[in-house]
Design a protein. Structure first.
Lengths: 368, 126
């Protein structure tokens, strides 16, 4: 299979991107300034991310679609207001996660943003579950970019007036030079920002205008350090089919209203785990020194017993130190519990900590 | 001034008397990206030619640092452990990694000179 290119490929090349293959796409991992500078620029100013490899799935339908989707997603979709978004999961019968996603109520139905590596399988599953009753379009004629960071609202609003009035996790249709764009106030960096769904033919133009206003292209490398500092999960690493939303410490995303009734895929397991607790759970882990504990690093307790594993770990440029997340036996999941991480044959001390690692208030005033 | 030699693993080595200073090349730092962690061999330990003698990590991945010659570690550069970004800034001078009292001067002959290394680096990164 040939690797696909997004509509911003030429702009990435002009911007000296280093490319990697990701989920079948040629994607920029970084540009000339490098991951650390790109990360900091996003936190302090504004960064643009090409996330066009992600799936934009439109499902069209009315009341019946809402009922059918509620059998799939643990969300109170009948009360989801027009243009409002929710974070959710596509689960199997055991509540294992096929994908994590954002679902938005639009006029004609729903827009679901899916992970690039999962989208084809997700659609297969959804088609089966919905028995082809509804029109579903994975729209490959639209690109998706995110603009993130404290200056993003002003920059985007200068080009597309009105976006600054959007509330977090809500969206609307706007126009960019007479072309329909759907913009939500959301993102995956821990910063204020927007995601913009725009026809492929115009994404290059919009992105160049955003750059002219002071934003910069940011690669997937910094996207990863930003999301990890923000305590957000990456599918295929922190989430997979063997982990449930309760184990992933994401129970806040499950509608309380829906739990009381149960009737969605995986609800038996979810309810059981909410009532009885889980044996392993996702936590934040902060190594004491500078040692970086990567994915698959083993976690030990103070008696040298293997109690868990790291699922994401890197150096956090804004935290200015190593950060990690992983799954650990529940009894060791309390904040400030001391654990040991085995890196290159040696055990290094670390502490269980709350997420996120990076909060806006923490850095405000602390940096230049 | 003594000649600087280069290894296929992208280390540079400068010999003065029987003490060699070793670091990683600018080309290596460009391939690695921002270096955020460095681990050095222990002072007093012995390292063998082509064996592991440290680690550097970028935000993305960890890479071993090899020693191009054998010897006893007589000094290490704590400054790059405390601030690994120095390695990106000045890899072939102030951000050296460790110094060895070398055992066998003839091991130097197996290494590349600057022209050969530059050619090698260009070919392997293409």
């Amino acid at each position: 299979m040939n690797t696909k290119k997004t509509s911003l490929y030429q702009l990435h090349q002009e911007s000296n991107a280093k490319f990697v293959e990701f989920a079948g796409y040629q994607m920029p991992i970084q540009y000339s300034e490098g991951i650390v500078e790109e990360h900091k620029f996003t936190r302090n100013h504004s960064g643009i991310f090409d996330v066009s490899h992600m799936g934009q799935l439109f499902i069209y339908g009315g009341e019946n679609l809402i009922k059918d989707l509620e059998k799939i997603f643990p969300l109170d979709l009948k009360n989801l207001k027009l243009n409002h978004s929710k974070y959710s999961f596509l689960m199997n019968k055991d509540a294992g996660i096929h994908d994590d996603l954002i679902i938005t109520k639009i006029n004609e139905g729903f827009l679901i943003i899916l992970n690039a590596a999962c989208k084809d399988n997700d659609i297969k599953i959804l088609k089966e579950l919905l028995e082809e009753k509804y029109k579903m379009v994975l729209d490959e004629n639209r690109s998706l970019i995110a603009i993130q960071g404290p200056k993003s609202s002003q920059i985007l609003n200068d080009i597309i007036a009105g976006v600054k009035d959007l509330n977090f996790m809500s969206g609307n249709w706007f126009s960019f030079q007479d072309h329909k764009v759907y913009i939500t106030r959301s993102g995956y960096t821990g910063e204020d920002g927007f995601e913009i769904s725009i026809p492929n033919d115009f994404v290059d133009k919009l992105t160049r205008e955003l750059i002219n206003k002071g934003s910069k292209l940011i690669g997937l490398g910094a996207r990863d350090t930003l999301r990890l500092e923000a305590g957000l999960c990456l599918y295929g690493h922190d989430l997979n089919k063997d982990k449930t939303p309760v184990e992933a410490n994401l129970k806040w995303a499950i509608s309380k209203e829906r739990i009381s009734k149960g009737d969605f895929i995986g609800s038996d397991i979810i309810i059981k785990q909410l009532n009885n607790g889980v044996s392993k759970i996702r936590v934040g882990i902060k190594p004491e020194g500078r040692i970086i504990a990567r994915e698959k690093t083993k976690i030990f307790n103070q008696s040298d017993v293997h109690i868990g594993e790291i699922t994401s770990g890197t150096f956090g440029p804004s935290v200015n130190g190593p950060v990690a997340m992983g799954y650990i036996e529940n009894e060791f999941s309390k904040k400030d519990t001391k654990v040991f991480l085995e890196v290159r044959g040696k055990k290094h001390p670390a502490n269980i900590c709350g997420l996120p690692f990076y909060k806006k208030s923490y850095v405000k005033g602390a940096t230049k | 001034m003594s000649e600087v030699k280069y290894s296929k693993e992208h280390e540079w080595i400068k010999l003065e008397g029987d003490v060699a200073t070793i670091g990683i090349t600018k080309h290596a730092t460009e391939m690695l990206g921002d270096i955020v962690f460095a681990e050095l061999p222990e002072k007093g330990s012995n390292v063998e030619k082509d064996g592991t003698a440290g680690v550097v990590e970028s935000t993305k991945a960890a890479s071993d640092v090899y020693t191009p010659v054998s010897g006893e570690v007589v000094d290490t550069n704590q400054a790059i452990v405390d601030d690994p970004s120095k390695i990106n800034q000045d890899p072939e001078d102030s951000a050296w990694f460790f110094k060895l009292k070398i055992k066998d001067q003839s091991e130097m002959d197996t290494l590349m000179n600057k022209d050969d290394y530059d050619k090698f680096a260009k070919e392997t990164s293409a």
